[in-house]
Design a protein around this ligand. Sequence first.
Ligand SMILES: [Zn+2]
Length: 56
Amino acid sequence: MTHRMRCDACGAVSPRSVDFGRAQDWQLRHAGRHPSHLTYTETLTRPWRARPQDNR
Ligand SMILES: [Zn+2]
């Protein structure tokens, strides 16, 4: 599962990372550079793999 943060003010996005701390570091640096950008959306991506042999 990977985490990504998106700034709601300007749409900038962090790199995807399996480590939430990396996404959070990006958010804190972004907020430091842009003090008016106060709200963020976190996106979680959970990969799924279909296994045809399990179809019943
Ligand atoms: Zn921003």
